[in-house]
Write a protein that binds this ligand. Structure first.
Ligand code: ADP
Ligand code: GLC
Length: 484
């Protein structure tokens, strides 16, 4: 049986800052169901170590980057997948956000912290754990795992296949060159044909350079990141490696995101019981102190608040949205100026706008269930999961046509409406004008209840489960290691 080690820095429900955690939880399970033996390697944050069922020490780890030592712990995730954690208290025993110190700045030693993740992954494949589970493939996710393929490239002996998945090219893990030796990278690797990137050590760059195969999380994003507009400086390398780069769309864990079984909702609903969705809308309006008007189209945003996610565009569209009778709820955290701008809107329009700054998993479910439209006005979006969750909850996504948003949402154009294939709304230019125009289209269509409900039912019936995507990863592994 093919053995794959997932090297990742997040996994729902133990540690999550975004979609990577959802993917790290769901994809291994879907692969397991396809006959791939997947295990995980995670940094030993307190939440990870505490969350591993039946945990025990596998072995000690010595000679880690920075001259540290630690222990490899193994246990079971709640979904039954086996996970290893690197117990190294100096590096990982820090509660809260895995990347940021309490003040909001990156932890100063993130290079050693995540270099250690890559280092242990490579060493793991080389020597195996004490019970002899040796991966055939190391599958790293994002910059945090970026040094893994580099370490593998410099190892002698048995060499596993390496795959790197880019979940977001905007986060690259760029560090000072001075830690090269602490990271145990050979001096000769510090060059363009190696780990060097703009005079520093580029973790993601290293991963993209050394891994056998590269993937990203939607076909459109795979094309986009080979261009200067989206590649964030890595477009040249990616274009060079185009034959080894593939876009595989993320899926949804419908065990967790299912409006007929979701424990967080006021009222369960399904395409056959769509009327029951309104109780969730009423509850959401009450929770945010909005006017209890079921006839008001309720727009929502659930997002990390960063420039890429386009919350600033949304703010500019709000005068039109409110003037046309719409309401808004926001759940998000991130950039302080975006948080402040959204709070100002809520302060000046308390009856039609409510903003919750923070991270709240249960509230995210309640908003998906209660809203009419979920806005994802991203300037770039590798895949995006919230628009997929929204569709299952009969909440029509309103998205910018980019990356995975382009691959998953069908705009309600006259032709799509006539065909019955529309699932939401999409606009092209990342400008307030284009977004505002699309908000107007959504509000107009909302008045046509029978037509709106037809789109809702169609959106709810779309299947974005993991089956096809997990198969695509399994095929990729088998092409890389045909004998396994
Ligand atoms: P990204 O990974 O870029 O943040 P995705 O759409 O892929 O975007 O995934 C975002 C995930 O994080 C979803 O599961 C979404 O529900 C969740 N999320 C984002 N912001 C919040 C928040 N403030 N509170 C709760 N969940 C959130
Ligand atoms: C990243 C991307 C998001 C994607 C998620 C999971 O955080 O920003 O678009 O859905 O990873 O792959």
């Amino acid at each position: 049986m093919m053995r794959v080690l997932f090297v990742t820095s997040e996994c729902f429900p133990l540690i999550k800052t975004g979609g990577l955690a959802d993917v790290s939880a769901a994809l291994p399970l879907a692969l397991t169901e396809r006959g791939v033996d997947v295990r995980m390697l995670l940094p030993g944050y307190p939440a990870v170590i505490d969350g591993l069922d039946g945990r025990r020490v596998v072995r000690t780890l010595s000679g880690l980057p920075g001259g540290k030592s630690g222990r490899l712990i193994v246990g079971q995730l709640a979904n039954g997948v086996t996970a290893y954690a690197i117990e190294q208290p100096e590096l990982f025993e820090r509660p809260g956000n895995p990347y940021l110190a309490p003040g909001g700045a990156d932890w100063a030693d993130n290079d050693v912290r995540f270099g250690t993740l890559g280092w242990v992954a490579a060493e793991f494949a080389h020597t195996g754990s004490s019970h002899q589970w040796q991966p055939d493939i190391l599958h790293g996710h994002d910059w945090q795992a970026g040094l893994m393929p580099a370490y593998v490239a410099f190892q002698g002996g048995r060499r596993p296949g390496t795959v790197m998945t880019v979940h977001n090219i905007a986060y690259q893990g760029q560090f000072s060159p001075h830690t090269l030796s602490a990271l145990q990278l050979p001096a000769h690797s510090f060059q363009m044909e190696g780990v060097e990137y703009y005079g520093g050590i580029g973790f993601l760059k290293a991963g993209l350079y050394y891994a056998d195969r590269l993937t990203t999380v939607s076909p459109t994003y795979a094309r986009e990141i080979q261009s200067p507009a989206y590649g964030c400086g890595l477009e040249g390398l990616l274009a060079h490696r185009t034959d080894h780069l593939e876009g595989i769309l993320n899926g949804v864990d419908y065990g967790i995101w299912n409006p007929s079984t979701d424990p967080h909702l006021t009222s369960a609903f399904s395409p056959d019981r769509l009327d029951a969705k309104v109780a969730n809308k009423a509850a959401l309006q009450a929770e945010f102190g909005l006017e209890p008007r079921l006839d008001a189209p309720l727009f929502a945003l659930i997002s990390r608040l960063t420039w890429h996610k386009g919350a600033d565009l949304l703010v500019e569209s709000l005068p039109t949205l409110f003037a046309r009778g719409g309401q808004l709820v926001v759940l998000g955290t991130g950039d302080k100026s975006l948080e402040a701008a959204l709070l100002r809107v809520a302060g000046s329009h308390p009856q039609v706008a409510g903003v919750h700054i923070g991270y709240d998993e249960a509230l995210a479910h309640r908003i998906q269930a209660g809203a009419d439209v979920l806005m994802v006005p991203s300037r770039a979006e590798p895949c995006g999961l919230t628009q997929l969750y929204a569709m299952r909850y009969g909440t029509l996504p309103l998205v910018r046509r980019t990356g995975g948003l382009e691959d998953t949402v069908i705009d309600a154009t006259p032709a799509a409406l006539a065909d019955g294939c529309a699932t939401g709304f999409a606009f092209d230019e990342p400008t307030p004008g284009a977004l505002t125009w699309t908000v107007r289209r959504a509000i107009d269509l909302f008045q046509d209840r029978p037509r709106w409900q037809r789109i809702q039912r169609h959106a709810m019936a779309r299947d974005f489960g993991w089956e096809a995507s997990a198969q695509a990863y399994a095929d990729l592994y088998r092409r890389l290691r045909p004998g396994c």
